[in-house]
Design a protein around this ligand. Structure first.
Ligand SMILES: NC(=O)c1ccc[n+]([C@@H]2O[C@H](COP(=O)([O-])OP(=O)(O)OC[C@H]3O[C@@H](n4cnc5c(N)ncnc54)[C@H](OP(=O)(O)O)[C@@H]3O)[C@@H](O)[C@H]2O)c1
Length: 224
């Protein structure tokens, strides 16, 4: 049997880079996307095949299907994401709103019709990086409110898209609060723990998980 093919969208650093490392160590074939030359080299050195994609730019994302032509993808991961910190005491700037919504939501929605058919061909999994900050029932302040809204929108986009790709399992995943550029040094979860937890969760999905939000440690979550 050939080794599984993994696609990591947003692999330059943080959890995406660690997932490339761990899947390569496990003997998988990895295709990854980054945005600059230094990152391309870093990820290529791990043995991945690398493409340049900026998910916030539709003209860039639209080339993905062509770059991946003919692939069967066992696990696709939409890791790319950005955060802005302001709360609801100030109106969001157009720049902050567009940066967060375009990266976290629009990019994912543009990637789905291009990549999900390739995941279906393999009967595979397509996981999108969400956050516990997307959950409405547990919200206790408005910190990062554009980010919160973007991840809640992502949850809905993925749950809805699941119906068009029944041969694939589409989920959203919360990686935990992780020691990355985004999570900061004080976060309780290491990058290695988050990535290995996510790999275990993805390996143990059941049909009931389709369209759902899961935590990196295997706990099933509620979208709301
Ligand atoms: N860290 C946490 O505590 C935490 C908690 C909950 C959810 N998450 C989610 O987990 C995912 C990974 O987070 P992280 O902590 O690893 O973040 P990170 O260290 O800040 O890395 C973000 C990644 O997203 C990529 N990216 C950003 N904008 C992009 C764009 N327009 N096109 C392509 N790639 C883009 C970055 O690439 P560049 O290097 O090119 O910028 C980088 O590879 C994100 O979706 C985040 O929202 C993280």
């Amino acid at each position: 049997m050939s080794s599984p093919t993994i696609l990591v969208i947003g692999a330059s650093r943080g959890i995406g880079l660690e997932l490339v490392r761990q899947y390569r160590d496990a003997g998988c074939r990895v295709i990854a996307t980054v945005r600059d030359e230094a990152s391309r080299e870093r990820v290529r050195d791990l043995g991945a095949q690398v493409h340049m994609i900026d998910v916030a730019r539709p003209a860039s994302v639209s080339g993905l299907a062509w770059l991946l032509d003919g692939e069967k993808i066992d696990i696709a991961l939409y890791v790319a994401g950005v955060i802005r910190r302001p709360n609801a005491l100030t109106p969001p700037t157009q720049e902050d709103f567009d940066a967060v919504m375009h990266t976290n939501v629009l990019g994912a929605m543009q990637v789905i019709p291009q990549v999900a058919p390739m995941v279906e061909t393999a009967g595979g999994v397509f996981a999108f990086f969400s956050s516990s900050m997307s959950q409405i029932a547990s919200v206790d302040d408005s910190e990062c409110w554009i980010y919160r809204a973007s991840k809640a929108a992502l949850n809905m986009a993925v749950a809805a898209a699941q119906f068009d790709y029944p041969g694939a399992t589409l989920i959203t995943i919360d990686p935990g609060w992780v020691q990355t550029d985004m999570g900061g040094e004080g976060a309780p979860v290491t990058i290695e723990e988050s990535a290995s937890g996510i790999r275990s969760v993805l390996a143990a999905l059941t049909p009931e998980d389709k369209g759902q939000l899961l935590h990196y440690d295997g706990r099933r979550a509620q979208h709301w």
